[in-house]
Design a protein around this ligand. Structure first.
Ligand code: PMP
Length: 360
């Protein structure tokens, strides 16, 4: 029996799942993780916290994750200077689940979500899963976002949800906060700024606009990238408390396990130390970009922990050449380009050595 034999929803037939290859190779630079593992102190703290909640695993977790949301609010307020409370925060299993809950509440059948492509490939997949019509809108040829044009398109198309990824995955550029205003003002519905890579960016967060657009703006974040907590699965958002009320209508009860909540809180206590790697990674990103440029590649300027580069006649074949040299990078489906995540200096050196051999 095969998938095609099942009574699957018609609109899911023929689709392919999200699938970054998970391969055992020496240098893994394909999913934009932080290459530095948690410190011994952090690991010990997570273990201690988890041991404590393990004694109560017969009970459901705090359904509203109140303590974790307060910790996230404290972190976000501290790092942005924008006062936020636990009522402004919501958390889920990765920001993918956050985005899914947003579309469950504000998208759905008969509704449309619009995004500026190329961008994060899960946005249209989550739209499909929630039966939200997807309206792809192109970026400029250099992958930057023309926010004036974007505002015009949004005013014309009137989508229920707009996604702006900043810094954008897989291209790396971020949008100046002030340029977002016109877009938010033009939008009749919700605007989701996906800030998964915000800690790597030199620009201020869109949370600065929350007070001005409480009925429209949602800022989505994750602990998977700069926070080095991808395996822990913790995404969150900042928005007006009423938006959080809306998401509670669609979230599954007890979606965030007691183990996840405990581990995330322990990890947040070590935020300063973990985020110490951000400056190092940003410097490595600039070194990698410059070295690639020096080798004659076209490099898209990046404000995140990855770099999109090209031009390749056959990006798939080049991706394979890297893999043969023990370096796993990402073919994101952008014509002529590949994306590399910034790793440790040693990993980046291995990638650059392979780049010299692979050529263009
Ligand atoms: N948004 C963007 C732009 C991403 O690149 C990613 C991860 N690749 C996510 C959201 C989701 O990450 P997570 O579910 O791990 O928070």
């Amino acid at each position: 029996m095969e998938l095609a034999d099942l009574p699957l929803r018609e609109d899911l037939r023929g689709r392919t799942p999200y699938g970054a290859p998970q391969l055992e190779v020496p240098v893994r630079l394909n999913t934009n993780e932080n290459p530095y593992p948690p410190s011994d102190e952090l690991v010990a703290d997570v273990v201690a916290e988890v041991a404590e909640v393990a004694a109560e695993l017969h009970r459901y977790p705090d359904r509203d994750a109140v303590a974790l949301r307060e910790d996230l609010a404290a972190y976000l307020s501290d790092s942005t200077g924008v006062p936020l409370t636990g009522a402004n925060l919501w958390a889920a299993n990765g920001s993918n689940e956050i985005l899914q809950q947003i579309l469950q509440a504000f998208g759905g059948p008969g509704r449309t979500a619009l995004g500026f492509e190329p961008s994060y490939s899960m946005h249209p997949i989550i739209a499909a899963g929630t039966r939200t019509e997807w309206a792809p809108t192109p970026r400029r040829a250099d992958f930057s976002l023309d926010t004036d044009k974007a505002a015009e398109i949004v005013a014309d198309r009137r989508p229920d949800v707009v996604f702006v990824t900043s810094p954008n995955n897989p291209t790396g550029q971020s949008v100046p906060t002030e340029d977002l205003r016109g877009l938010v003002e033009a939008a009749p519905g919700m605007v989701v700024v996906d800030e998964a890579y915000a800690e790597f960016s030199s620009r201020p967060s869109a949370v600065h606009l929350l007070a001005d657009y409480p009925d429209k703006l949602i800022v989505s974040r994750t602990m998977s990238k700069a926070f080095a907590f991808a395996g822990g699965r913790l995404g969150y958002l900042a928005a007006a408390p009423a938006v959080v009320d809306a998401l509670q209508l669609v979230r599954l009860p007890y979606h965030l396990s007691a183990l996840t909540q405990a581990a995330a809180r322990a990890s947040l206590r070590h935020a300063a130390e973990t985020l110490g790697s951000v400056a190092k990674l940003a410097a490595e990103r600039d070194r990698v970009a410059e070295a690639l440029g020096g080798m004659g590649f076209d490099v898209v300027p990046s404000d995140a922990n990855f770099v999109l580069f090209g031009w390749f006649e056959d990006a798939r074949a080049t991706w394979r050449s890297y893999l043969e040299r023990g370096v796993l990078i990402r073919d994101v489906g952008v014509a002529g380009h590949l994306r590399v995540t910034v790793g440790t200096p040693e990993e980046n050196d291995a990638f650059l050595a392979a780049s010299k051999e692979v050529g263009r």
